[in-house]
Design a protein around this ligand. Structure first.
Ligand SMILES: Cc1cc2nc3c(=O)[nH]c(=O)nc-3n(C[C@H](O)[C@H](O)[C@H](O)COP(=O)(O)OP(=O)(O)OC[C@H]3O[C@@H](n4cnc5c(N)ncnc54)[C@H](O)[C@@H]3O)c2cc1C
Length: 571
């Protein structure tokens, strides 16, 4: 579906852009300065080891002759968005069917979900969960003494079909997947290894004739955080599995690594990005120093929790007289945002203590209860401060049903990809399942094509990283300051309520910052923070521009100045 003339045109455009952007001050050294001892070539390089990257690795490793390298920027392999998932993952409930799940996914996506992608997820997801997570990785989901799973119910699901491990589902999945990966001799897991940029031709090629060929990927430049050195990781196939980008917003439920690295790398290389304006905001993240962004599950409101202003007045009846505090996620998030903006509040309160018995709260929400206690808040006795927060990125690198991007040999899986499943709004608990399904599909496609990958470049064909003319160490104050500026711009102008004026302002400010950061990047030694900052401003611009381009409001993308269409007429 992606192969026509446009990859060639895109390739030329990107080569020109990239040459201007980031090669000038990191010139290749002369041939032969690389150390082949460190730089093993591999069949498949997987960047990221959350559920999506780990699933791909597990399937590929079944053939012991295949050499797979999985890298993660985190110091621990299990650290990822996957680890923080609380609610659960979709299975096939007792009175459930693929058709019912398909209908729910399509309904949530508000007309933007790809029917093909929804069908794949609904058909393949639940059986794959059983095969990969339960049988291969050994995840034990909550069940009755009889062995029957305890099926959870979540908003907008027509059936009880959510499997969970207490409220720490992601932790159980991440730990089991990583320890299973470690059983394979042909998988190398490298932590503290931050991918800086993809190695792509024609951009990194020495052969000018490569300009006339489609863009292709041959691995990545990877920054070793402890040695502070950059190495070339060559691979026949590369899978981007770097997760989401919540950290470009001031308030987010996402951990520190979710800054859109993979999206920025893919964009610089010329990958097609889709649906970047659809950012899902969660209505309630804790707003307490030391535990900012801790997700306070919607089940808390499901159990009777009520939102209050800081002076203890309920307000949801004004925004949704019918549903009040149980209104859909986007309505509740915008209502809180409106209260905060209009009244200058820095948070609102969520009160469960007045509506549920203390013991029941502790039993039903042990993780939330304990995490709140650590910062001096007792959710069973008092209201707790909450804010809406960026939670999930519905868009990403556009891929087909086999996880292929428009760049040859480059796959994208999990939250960084746009398969079309989520459309304009993600159905709860579909994201872990999507990572599982498309991680598996990427591996299946690579199994089919790896042997025909064609002539691969060698180390001497790829320019080594060169920092020899750079002496300045990255200034943490600049990195932190610029990051906070990006987060504030995104929060205020590209957040829950958008408008043409806000978006134009955001784009102007982000462009200015992009230039500043690019200069900083070119003249400063690398660090993980600097890599993240450069990527954050790149993806912030991608999101802001997509939001400006789309003048229609749909669930996760809400514009005050939205236009409506009637047939082909603007009304
Ligand atoms: C608090 C919270 C609760 C959630 N609850 C649920 C839920 O109940 N159910 C559900 O389905 N979904 C839930 N989600 C969403 C879900 O967790 C994610 O969408 C999913 O885990 C993403 O998986 P992934 O494999 O794509 O990426 P991740 O799990 O985020 O993994 C990304 C990997 O890429 C690595 N990485 C990033 N950048 C680089 C780089 N430059 N170089 C090298 N490595 C890099 C990271 O270190 C990490 O290993 C929740 C998310 C959050 C934050």
């Amino acid at each position: 579906m992606f192969f026509g003339l446009w990859p060639l045109v895109l390739g030329l455009r990107c080569w020109i852009l990239n040459s201007l952007r980031f090669t000038q001050d990191r010139r290749p050294k002369t041939k032969g300065q690389n150390s082949k001892g460190i730089l093993a070539e591999r069949d498949v390089l997987i960047i990221g080891c959350g559920i999506a990257g780990a699933t791909a690795a597990l399937r590929l490793a079944r053939d012991p002759t295949r050499r797979i390298t999985v890298i993660t920027r985190a110091p621990e392999a299990r650290e990822s968005n996957t680890r923080y998932a609380q609610g659960g993952i979709i299975g096939r409930g007792p009175d459930d069917s693929a058709e019912l799940l398909y209908n729910d996914i399509i309904a949530a996506g508000a007309g933007v979900t790809s029917p093909t992608a929804a069908r794949i997820l609904a058909d393949e997801g639940p059986p794959l969960l059983n095969e990969v997570l339960e049988k291969t990785a050994g995840v034990i989901f909550d069940h009755e003494p009889s062995g029957e799973p305890i099926w959870g119910q979540e908003a907008a699901h027509s059936r009880r079909r959510i499997l969970h491990v207490g409220d720490l589902t992601g932790m159980a999945i991440a730990e089991r997947l990583i320890s299973t990966l470690r059983n394979y001799d042909n998988i190398t897991i490298q932590t503290d290894a931050t991918a800086v940029d993809l190695i792509t031709f024609p951009h990194h090629s020495r052969d000018p004739l490569d300009n006339y060929r489609p863009i292709s990927c041959h691995g990545a430049y990877v920054f070793n955080r402890s040695e502070k050195t950059v190495h070339r990781y060559l691979s026949k196939m590369t899978i981007l599995a770097t997760g989401g980008l919540g950290r470009i917003y001031r308030n987010t439920t996402n951990p520190v690594g979710a800054r859109g690295d993979g999206l920025a790398m893919a964009h610089r290389a010329g990958a097609r990005i889709a649906n970047a304006e659809y950012i899902q905001f969660h209505p309630t993240a804790l707003a307490a120093p030391g535990a900012e962004g801790l997700l306070i599950s919607e089940a808390v409101r499901g159990e009777g929790g009520i939102l209050l202003t800081p002076d203890l007045k309920p307000f949801m009846h004004k925004y949704s007289p019918e549903w009040k505090d149980l209104a859909p996620r986007d309505i509740v998030a915008r209502a809180i945002h409106h209260e905060m903006e209009m009244n200058g509040y820095s948070y609102v309160l969520l009160d469960l203590a007045s509506h549920m018995e203390t013991e029941k709260i502790r039993a039903r929400f042990p993780f939330i209860y304990n995490e709140c206690l650590k910062v001096g808040l007792d959710i069973s006795r008092e209201p707790v401060p909450v804010v809406p927060a960026a939670h999930y990125f519905c868009g990403g690198v556009l891929v087909d049903e086999w996880s292929r991007s428009n760049i040859q040999n480059l796959y994208a899986v999990g939250e960084i990809s746009c398969t079309g499943v989520h459309g304009a709004n993600r159905l709860a608990s579909t994201s872990l399942l999507e990572g599982l399904v498309w991680g598996n599909r990427a591996a299946m496609e690579i199994e089919r094509t790896l042997d025909f990958a064609g002539l691969q470049p060698e180390f001497d064909d790829i320019p080594p990283w060169d920092e020899s003319n750079l002496s300045a160490e990255p200034d943490p104050a600049l990195i932190q300051g610029d990051m906070q500026t990006i987060q504030n711009i995104m929060w205020h102008y590209v957040g829950l309520v958008r408008s043409g004026d806000r978006l134009s302002r955001a784009i102007r400010e982000l462009r200015h910052l992009w230039n500043e950061i690019e200069t900083f990047y070119r003249t400063t030694k690398l660090s993980d923070g600097l890599i993240g900052l450069r990527n954050a401003v790149e993806v912030a611009l991608i999101v802001a521009q997509a939001a400006q381009h789309n003048r229609q409001s749909r669930v996760c993308h809400y514009r005050q100045d939205a236009v409506e269409w009637e047939g082909d007429r603007l009304i």
